[in-house]
Design a protein around this ligand. Structure first.
Ligand SMILES: Cc1cc2nc3c(=O)[nH]c(=O)nc-3n(C[C@H](O)[C@H](O)[C@H](O)COP(=O)(O)OP(=O)(O)OC[C@H]3O[C@@H](n4cnc5c(N)ncnc54)[C@H](O)[C@@H]3O)c2cc1C
Length: 304
């Protein structure tokens, strides 16, 4: 089985998540080739075939032109799977490639399971297993679902180029609005999940954060419910954090949340469900009611 992995390069840098494509291919037990639109001085730590298009000519994004590059690499490699990250780049380009090749597309894969690929459904509350009909497919993988892997130092480079149809022009990136809290720099984060029950309980989490000298984080339902500002959200559609200590309070551990915090040095999860998936990444899982445990812990810390 062979995969063509589509790496990502943004604002002059190879994205770290590019290495998750290699982790995915390795779990699949597949051969790999890479396509990257980048600068030749920023190549991935990889020892296989890398099709490289010059970013100064092809731009960091241009759907028509990048699709041509992918199709060219597909012709040369004849892969079974063409694999993108489930990012704004991947979710825009992958369907264009699938439509051109007239093959299936499976989006937002979170695991490889016997008989197919697992993807989230019902706002990631459930999982379903799907498999493509036919031997080829275009896939996108969820951020953080597969481990990063490096396989070498210097790829075998073959240069590709293509010309734009001129239908679209990439104008550049616009920085997101400045956030009132920069969780990326916090050493301690105490995050509230749906398990805290209601907005009135946010101060319970904020008090623990204060006692630990940290910031308040939150899972998406807490933000969607308006209990906490979006600038505090951790996860794929929030901030990616790597504090020394992350305390997850009443958070189940959905893949989209884990993607934003699993690189934390030490993770404590407080959950009344001993089988909550957060337990798989937590260094310590406290099985308790968050509304009993957290105030008691805060009080102890205040008395130290
Ligand atoms: C495209 C997309 C992007 C997403 N982006 C993000 C993102 O950036 N960040 C994010 O967090 N999510 C994101 N999500 C949502 C994600 O899939 C989950 O739905 C969400 O993370 C669940 O939040 P939660 O763990 O707080 O809630 P739940 O999954 O409802 O879990 C609540 C947990 O609290 C526990 N609990 C309940 N009561 C108590 C109690 N009294 N004491 C202790 N424990 C208790 C329960 O056992 C449970 O484990 C995204 C989803 C999609 C589809």
């Amino acid at each position: 089985m062979k995969t063509l992995l589509i790496g990502e390069y943004r604002e002059g840098k190879l994205l770290e998540s590019t290495y998750e494509l290699l982790g995915f291919a390795s779990q699949l037990g597949a051969e790999t080739a890479f396509l990257l639109v980048a600068n030749e001085f920023q190549l991935p730590a990889y020892d296989g075939m890398l099709y490289l298009a010059d970013v100064d000519i092809c731009g960091e994004y241009n759907p028509d032109l990048h699709k041509k590059l992918v199709l060219d690499a597909v012709k040369r490699e004849n892969p079974d799977y063409i694999v993108f990250l489930h990012s704004s780049y991947g979710w825009d380009l992958a369907p264009r490639v699938a439509a051109s090749l007239k093959v299936a597309q499976i989006s937002e894969i979170i695991a490889i399971v016997p008989g197919g690929f697992e993807v989230g459904s019902c706002n990631a509350k459930m999982r379903r297993t799907v498999k493509p009909n036919g031997t080829k497919a275009v896939l996108t993988i969820q951020a953080g679902a597969f481990p990063s892997e490096r396989t070498g130092t210097s790829p075998k480079v073959q240069k590709l180029t293509a010309e734009s149809t001129g239908a679209l022009e990439f104008l550049g990136y616009e920085a997101a609005e400045k956030k009132d809290v920069d969780l990326g720099k916090a050493e301690v984060i105490v995050s509230a999940g749906r398990g805290i029950g209601k907005k009135d309980n946010v101060p319970v989490i904020a008090a623990l954060a204060k006692a630990l000298g940290g910031e308040v984080g939150a899972s998406r339902p807490v933000v969607d419910a308006g209990w906490v500002e979006h600038s505090h959200q951790v996860g794929t559609t929030g901030q990616t954090v790597s504090p020394k200590l992350y305390v997850a309070c009443g958070i189940s551990g959905a893949i989209q949340h884990l993607a934003g915090m699993k690189k934390s040095d030490f993770i404590i999860a407080i959950n009344k469900d001993k089988d909550a998936p957060i337990g798989e990444v937590a260094d310590v899982l406290v099985v308790a009611d968050v509304l009993q445990f957290v105030p008691a812990l805060t009080q102890k810390l205040q008395n130290v």
